[in-house]
Design a protein around this ligand. Structure first.
Ligand code: SF4
Length: 175
């Protein structure tokens, strides 16, 4: 590992170029998100607050959730935001398989969230335990512990997939 790091340092500075296709594809994705903003605003008047719970993930799903609030996706402008306490949340967004160490904490977080509330299983591990499902340290997907209202598959799902799934779900609840 150390040899590899030294080799990389000695081989000079490397930059990654972004193609015009990549830029065009990112712009197209953002244009789609602008349409979602109007729909979320009109339905929920900026009232959706999410408490994210890592129940034992590899952290890649958290990176995608974190990207929701970066300047590219900027999910707050769509009326969706994250909160630090389940007592302020409308929705629990759970990532990772539910490790046995986190099972009780997840139940307590659910109990602390006021009704009405939604539970989202975000990522393959949260949906059904994913690649960790057979581990002795894992209780399984979120639905083994809590009633799940929405599943978002992917390993990990992209920020746009997460937003799109949330919007479709919220629109369905509104009907
Ligand atoms: S779904 Fe994939 S990215 Fe998300 S926690 Fe599981 S292994 Fe990691």
């Amino acid at each position: 590992m150390l040899k590899q790091i030294i080799r990389n340092l000695l081989s000079g500075k490397k930059t990654i170029s972004i193609s015009q296709e990549d830029i065009a594809s990112a712009r197209a994705a953002l244009a789609g998100l602008e349409e979602l903003k109007t729909e979320i605003d009109s339905i929920y008047s900026r009232s959706i607050r999410i408490r994210q719970v890592d129940a034992g993930s590899c952290n890649a799903c958290e990176w995608e959730c974190t990207a929701l609030t970066n300047p590219v996706y900027d999910v707050q402008r769509f009326g969706i935001d994250f909160v630090a306490s389940p007592r302020h949340a409308d929705m629990l967004l759970v990532t990772g398989p539910v490790s046995r160490q986190m099972e009780l904490a997840l139940r307590k977080t659910y109990d602390a969230t006021p009704d009405p509330k939604f539970v989202v299983a975000c990522g393959d591990c949260a949906v059904n335990g994913g690649i960790y499902n057979s581990s002795y340290a894992v209780a399984g997907g979120v639905s083994k512990i809590l009633p799940v209202d929405l599943v978002i598959p992917g390993c990990p799902p992209s920020p746009q997939q997460i937003i799109t799934a949330l919007l479709a779900f919220l629109k369905q609840q509104h009907r």
